[in-house]
Design a protein around this ligand. Structure first.
Ligand SMILES: [Zn+2]
Ligand SMILES: [Zn+2]
Length: 509
């Protein structure tokens, strides 16, 4: 079928272009990422128990980070073509213009060094642009919307970035074979995982001088600094281009976003990805500013972060969003924060125009509706996400990358994974529609599995005993959710009431 062939070429552009399968360092490093996240969580938990620092992990937030990462990788499966075809087109046409371009994959150390530099410089501009234009910030904001900062924050990726990021790496087409291009794009991403930690202080000064380090990237994520340090691997770009800022011991980093507390207070992974785009399109359609300004600058309207990169300094008279942090339980305040002592909470009336960082609590943020005790539903959400959805999504991604799945099954599997991730995340966050949503998903899953078994139409990686297991699990989950209906309603109702009571509804955003 023509559409199947077209879809196949779209999903596997390397095979369609007749080139060998490209290296994928991010997939290769994913098991290491998950091991290191678990290790850091364990170390942080021990430190907190010993009173040596606050807990750095909030399991709901961590699941939300993993959900964002999964959604971003899922979308990446379907837009790989954007990252390869324009590159190959430019490469073949560029070769006609510049016949000395290297043709073989053996790019040598010089070629690799050049690829590292140009790729990293491309990332710098991609990242800086994302902080300067609403439509690009909409794709990146998910990465900044977590009020905590740990290795799992690195996995909290903006899904929309894959739609345009390829533009910034096109210069690599002039001198990189496709495998070197893919290798360095992946390595650049892998390096950045390691800078998302509070457990590493400052490194040896020559390293701090040249490399992007945990200290430099903490400043980038801190809302009480100037949203500087856009670097990927090398901090020298920021130093050369005037966008560098040093971490100060007297100014502990406070993470998250200023003006959209509601965004930090929800665990809905779809809203994390979409909220700024919705606000941007509303602003563009409102007629208050020209459309080009709404899209291509950080012009702002209701529910959007202030227009300058310095999120810490809202315009005079603007309601201070710092109350989002201070409204939370200062779980760690009594124990002391790792970078410096926690600062006292500040009343909203005093915080109309806070100086940078003033009144921002460095304590771990916990929202009022989060304080309910963990119940069977939370354990269900955790088990279904960490034991079923996440491993099955990873297996799906590997199968899709290997080309085992037909185009139709690639689409169906991607839709299933996105739906399942969303279902678990809604339960974590006590979303009002969580129960109906999750039960509808389980019913659809059960029907699909039974149908596939009945008509003997299982895709290659699914054996019939696996499918039977999935059917039994779906049925058991349905029965469990039905038995928990009253508790779920209470949890979701509690969420609504707590949100309203904390004044962090849509109006506050
Ligand atoms: Zn950023
Ligand atoms: Zn980051």
């Amino acid at each position: 079928m023509a559409w199947a062939a077209a879809l196949q070429a779209w999903l596997h552009p390397d095979a369609a272009a007749g080139i060998a399968r490209l290296p994928d360092p991010v997939s290769a490093a994913t098991p290491l990422f998950l091991v290191l996240v678990s290790l850091e969580a364990a170390v942080s938990w021990r430190r907190a128990r010993a009173g040596k620092g606050p807990p750095l992990y909030n399991w709901r937030q961590t699941s939300s980070n993993l959900a964002a990462g999964t959604l971003a990788v899922l979308l990446g499966v379907f837009v790989k073509v954007l990252h390869l075809y324009p590159f190959l087109w430019l490469r073949s046409h560029g070769t006609a213009l510049l016949p000395w371009l290297p043709q073989s994959s053996a790019a040598g150390w010089l070629g690799n060094a050049a690829a590292l530099l140009v790729c990293d410089f491309g990332f710098y501009w991609q990242h800086r642009a994302q902080h300067a234009a609403n439509v690009l910030w909409a794709a990146h904001v998910a990465h900044h919307s977590s009020p905590d900062y740990n290795l799992s924050t690195a996995l909290r990726q903006g899904a929309g970035e894959a739609l345009f990021s390829w533009l910034f790496y096109l210069p690599m087409a002039f001198f990189c074979p496709p495998d070197v291009y893919a290798l360095h794009r992946g390595l650049n991403t892998v390096y950045q995982f390691f800078v998302h930690t509070q457990l590493v202080g400052r490194c040896w000064w020559p390293i701090e001088l040249v490399m992007n380090t945990p200290s430099h990237h903490r400043v980038h994520h801190a809302r009480n600094y100037g949203r500087r340090n856009f670097a990927g691997i090398l901090i020298v770009w920021d130093r050369l281009l005037g966008s560098f800022e040093e971490e100060q011991a007297s100014r502990p980093c406070v993470y998250g976003l200023d003006a959209s507390p509601i965004v930090q207070g929800t665990y809905n992974p779809l809203w994390h990805q979409a909220h700024h785009l919705v606000a941007t399109l509303r602003l563009a359609g409102s007629g208050k500013v020209p459309v080009w300004r709404a899209l291509l600058t950080r012009a702002h309207g209701p529910g959007m972060v202030a227009p300058t990169v310095t999120d810490a300094e809202p315009p005079a008279g603007a309601p201070s969003s710092t109350t989002a942090g201070t409204a939370g339980t200062a779980r760690s305040a009594a124990k002391g924060a790792p970078m410096a002592a926690a600062q006292p909470a500040q009343q909203p009336s005093q915080a109309a125009v806070p100086p940078a960082g003033a009144g921002l609590s460095t304590a771990f943020v916990s929202y009022p509706w989060e304080r309910r005790a963990l119940g069977p539903l939370d354990w269900y959400a955790a088990a279904s996400f960490f034991l079923v959805t996440l491993p099955c999504s990873l297996a799906y991604l590997l199968a899709a990358a290997d080309g085992i799945l037909s185009p139709g099954w690639t689409l169906a599997g991607g839709a299933w994974a996105a739906w399942a991730v969303t279902g678990s995340a809604w339960l974590f966050g006590g979303m009002p529609a969580a129960q109906v949503h999750e039960m509808a998903r389980l019913l659809a899953q059960l029907g699909a599995v039974l149908g596939l078994l009945r008509w003997d139409a299982l895709p290659p990686p699914l054996s019939s005993w696996l499918a039977r297991g999935a059917a039994v699990l779906s049925l058991a989950s349905l029965v469990f959710l039905y038995s928990q209906a009253a508790q779920l309603r209470q949890a979701c109702g509690g969420t609504k009431t707590a949100r309203a009571a904390s004044g962090q509804g849509k109006k506050a955003a």
